[in-house]
Design a protein around this ligand. Structure first.
Ligand code: SF4
Length: 546
């Protein structure tokens, strides 16, 4: 009897995320495909690369390994590391007797470097898993009907994840790009047909995941959440009319599950700013439905890519700077409502360096447009600036864009300027001093500080100047801001026990007063603190206990 291992080295795709605490749909689909093909669950194991690091020895009796993910250029992930191509090669070399089936770019690169026990697929790995287990292996694409069964049957894979139940299940709504024209760099247009997963299928999968013990979800595997379920019959400037009945139904049902306490985190991913700009009324209605279902602190990322009109024209980008401004404002107006002190939904902006038509001026234009949003009071949750890694087969790859040194220097100069002048400001407005961050999870702990994050999409990093047990959940009070992170103290603030280093972060206290507090402890009353530190921020003082 063949034994199968699903080895998750994690994915970080523009429309699908699977680095912990996320679990992408792929391992769940493969698990379900094998079961639907008649494989006994006893003969299927799910592991992550973290289960076999650092030696990469797979100690089980599996013959066939479905290997998911792998990054050529790894991003930065707090507390976790995506599998690198070099690691995938090492895994295959260390476990020579096993056969590795790998999809995507990772498969091709690994096959080139170390051939014999790797099969590189160009189609869907879950489809191959199904056909292989059925005895007629085929490298092809799966259908929505198949996914309907596989997604449902595959949910129990989550229980083997090393972070279970503290995971976020990435949920797919459709593949492909509903926009008529496609951006030069994007791979999503490879999927020619857009087939939306039916609402019932998505809910059936979510309910099955809930029954396994998952309570955090991101409706994240799609090009544009607003276009989900669109009839694709009415277009403006190539963007389809959003706000379909299926979208309303999906988020109404998800809201119910949130209110019943079955969902404790609900996030979304990508929205197309062109959809919002061209269909403002329909988009506003759709965003309103979505916002009511979400949990606070979420991000609606928009691929603006560049505000430079020349770059927009050459790369078929979605929106002008005016349209981007308009879309960000609409999201703010509807999603900016605060629940438990935190805005429910704010826009994220993605920018790409390395697109055709880019010049040294591009970065100044980008900076100024972001600054204009800041001046207008528009909040941006996250500005993601990345260098282009052209996907094989896209126009961007064919043009082989070269960035010269001067352009790179300008890019780095303005990237840092955005971090200093805009990111920091945004954080101070989104999470003002005194904001309570509920149930953040400690992901790293050092000698005298810890790093924690909310268990959600595009989660903010929180530094706590005190050692805390890794893996625990705490509530914390924001006391200061850095460019891309917050400084916080555990809630309530225990003034008589915190180390002087932590007390220094209390706004209006500083180094000298922190020393005085330590000398005069135990303090018994707010007045004693005010005497030592008259400037202490009033929104903090109520959070202090004795
Ligand atoms: S709008 Fe552009 S970036 Fe977005 S999915 Fe379509 S082609 Fe890709």
């Amino acid at each position: 009897m063949t034994k199968y291992l699903i080895l998750d080295c994690y994915v970080d795709e523009p429309a699908c995320f699977g680095v912990p605490p996320f679990i992408s749909p792929y391992p769940r689909y493969i698990y379900g495909a094998l079961i639907c093909a008649g494989v006994d669950p006893e003969n299927i194991t799910y592991k992550t690369i973290d289960d076999i690091r650092p030696l990469y020895v797979i100690q089980d009796s599996s013959d066939t390994v479905f290997l998911i993910g792998g990054a050529v250029v790894p991003g930065k992930y707090l507390g976790y590391k995506i599998g690198r191509i070099e690691e995938i090669i090492k895994i295959a070399e260390t476990n020579k007797k096993k056969k590795f089936i790998v999809g995507g770019l990772a498969g091709r690169l690994a096959k080139e470097k170390c051939g014999s026990n790797i099969l590189s697929l160009s189609g869907d790995i879950e489809f191959y898993a199904y056909t292989l287990a059925k005895g007629c292996p085929e490298d092809g694409l799966r259908s929505n009907e198949s996914i309907s069964r596989w997604a449902f049957e595959g949910v129990s894979a989550v229980r083997s994840h090393f972070e279970f139940p503290h995971i976020i299940a990435e949920i797919e709504t459709y593949r492909g790009c509903p926009r008529k024209n496609h951006c030069s760099f994007c791979s999503e247009s490879i999927f020619k047909d857009i087939e939306f997963r039916p609402v019932d299928d998505i809910l059936k999968e979510i309910d099955a995941l809930i029954s396994q013990g998952v309570s955090r979800f991101r409706i994240g595997r799609q090009a544009d959440i607003l276009a989900y379920g669109s009839e694709l019959s009415e277009y403006r400037k190539g963007f389809p009319k959003p706000g379909s009945d299926p979208l309303f139904e999906l988020f109404t049902e998800l809201k119910k599950r949130k209110e019943e306490g079955k969902i404790q985190t609900l996030n979304i991913d990508n929205a197309n700013p062109g959809t919002i700009a061209n269909f403002p009324d329909e988009s506003s209605l759709a965003i309103d439905y979505i916002v009511k279902a979400l949990t606070p602190g979420d991000t609606m990322p928009m691929g603006i890519e560049s505000f430079d009109p020349e770059v927009k024209a050459r790369n078929n980008l979605k929106v002008s700077s005016e349209e981007a401004f308009f879309a960000a404002k609409i999201i703010n107006d509807i999603g900016g409502v605060r629940v438990n002190g935190v805005p429910v939904l704010l826009p994220g902006i993605n920018l790409i360096h390395g697109l055709s038509g880019e010049s040294a001026e591009t970065f100044r234009i980008n900076y100024e447009e972001l600054f204009r949003m800041k001046d207008a009071g528009i909040l941006i949750k996250r500005i993601n600036i990345r260098s282009l890694l052209p996907f094989p087969g896209t126009k961007a790859e064919r043009e082989n864009i070269l960035s010269n040194k001067k352009i790179n220097n300008r890019y780095e100069f303005y990237r840092d300027k955005i971090r200093n002048d805009i990111d920091h400001y945004m954080l101070s407005k989104i999470y003002p001093v005194g904001t309570t961050l509920e149930k953040i999870r400690v992901v790293e702990t050092m000698f005298d500080y810890s790093l924690a994050r909310p268990l959600q999409s595009y989660a903010i990093t929180v530094k706590l100047p005190t050692p805390l047990k890794k893996g625990t959940f705490i509530d914390a009070i924001v006391v200061a801001h850095r460019e891309r992170s917050l400084i916080a103290l555990p809630n309530p603030i225990q003034i008589n026990f915190l180390p002087a280093k932590a007390l220094e972060f209390l706004p209006g206290v500083g180094k000298r007063a922190a020393g005085d507090i330590v000398l005069k402890r135990p303090l018994r009353h707010h007045d004693s603190i005010r005497q030592i530190a008259p400037e202490i921020n009033p929104s903090i003082i109520d959070k202090i206990i004795y």
